[in-house]
Design a protein around this ligand. Structure first.
Ligand code: TXA
Ligand code: MG
Length: 315
């Protein structure tokens, strides 16, 4: 199949909305990463998402809606969920709730819960309004690959197997949403993201108590073909230089880049590293580099999500 690259114009959004209503799949931008959208209430559209990504069937999808009033038919928000939605939506927070019985088990991967989110991106919101149905959207990468932060990344992984991609430029945040279980009185963090534990006012312990509550965290993720190495803070150049004696090396760091090492991005703050993380992995891969060194950041705020993704990529 020919995958259409659509502009984020009224016409492009109109075409994409029609594709989604007809059970097709559309890649679209959000503030975190690009999503691979399909009708969350249509079991065969959800099945096609799993097939296109090569995603394990036990990893549930996030349903996206344009605002909190569009949860009807998906889930009834708890008081905690309403409070979180009020504070963080639209934004990079995914909320897990008990699912309404008619949400397809394909979407929820057989769980009795459903994950919901209102993205903070004008193109995503316009698309959700056009589609008129909740849109299930995992990150628009092939399963196990780095998440996509440009339309080009989506085309690289899924071109030929989905109907369209809307090109909305580069994603601002660059790491996936924070996932919280909001069925109880306190949010339980299942996946770290740009809404931080500090923002949520919850403890700094391990991610979620019960791994089975957060199936995605069991799977290998975000792995490019270049080997990812994490250098201690301030030691990026040193680690990269040593490795470059034997292999081709790329570096993402705060400091200077030594001769013989390819620079794949510079950052000052952890949030800047988040924004260039996945793109650097894909660039290293495209350049055929054997090794990609990332300089570590402190595990506070969004730094926790960044280090989580780096560790998974480093394996
Ligand atoms: O930022 C994001 O969340 C992006 C954009 C496109 O919105 N989407 C995304 O989806 O990252 P995905 O499929 O790559 O990650 C969804 C995560 C997985 O870890 C999955 O296990 C978890 O959410 N999840 C989904 N439904 C769940 C549920 N009912 N209970 C617990 N975890 C759930
Ligand atoms: Mg993903």
């Amino acid at each position: 199949m020919d995958t259409r690259l659509l502009p984020p114009t009224n016409e492009g959004l109109h075409i994409a909305g029609g594709i989604l209503r007809d059970g097709g799949l559309v890649g679209f931008p959000t503030e975190t990463v690009y999503g691979l959208g399909g009708n969350a209430l249509d079991s065969s559209a959800a099945s096609r998402i799993f097939a296109a990504k090569g995603r394990p069937a036990d990893n549930p999808l996030i349903a996206h809606v344009p605002d909190v009033d569009h949860l009807d038919g998906l889930a009834s928000p708890t008081p905690l969920a309403l409070r979180l939605a009020e504070e963080f939506w639209p934004g990079p927070l995914t909320i897990v709730l008990d699912a309404h019985p008619h949400v397809p088990r394909t979407t929820t991967a057989g769980l009795s819960t459903v994950a919901v989110r209102v993205p903070d991106h004008p193109v995503a919101i316009a698309l959700l309004e056009q589609a008129e149905v909740p849109i299930a959207a995992p990150s628009a990468n092939r399963s196990g690959r780095p998440s996509p932060t440009t339309a080009h990344h989506v085309m690289t992984d899924l071109g030929g197997s989905i109907e369209a991609v809307i090109d909305g430029g580069q994603c601002v945040i660059g790491v996936e949403s924070t996932v919280v279980d909001a069925r109880g009185d306190e949010p339980v963090v299942l996946r770290e993201g740009a809404v931080t534990r500090e923002d949520l006012g919850v403890g700094h312990g391990q991610v979620g108590g019960d791994l089975s509550a957060s199936p995605g965290t069991r799977h290998t993720h975000y792995r490019p073909t270049s080997r990812v190495v994490i250098a201690p803070e301030g030691k990026g150049a040193e680690v990269a230089m040593k490795a470059s004696a034997f292999e081709s090396v790329g570096l993402v760091s705060r400091g200077p880049v030594p001769e013989g090492v390819s620079s794949l991005g510079r950052f000052d703050r952890p949030g800047e590293l988040a924004a260039l993380l996945y793109g650097a992995m894909r660039d290293a891969e495209a350049a055929g580099l054997a090794v990609l060194v990332f300089e570590a950041v402190p595990e506070v705020g969004v730094g926790r999500a960044v280090m989580d993704r780096l560790r998974r990529a480093a394996g």
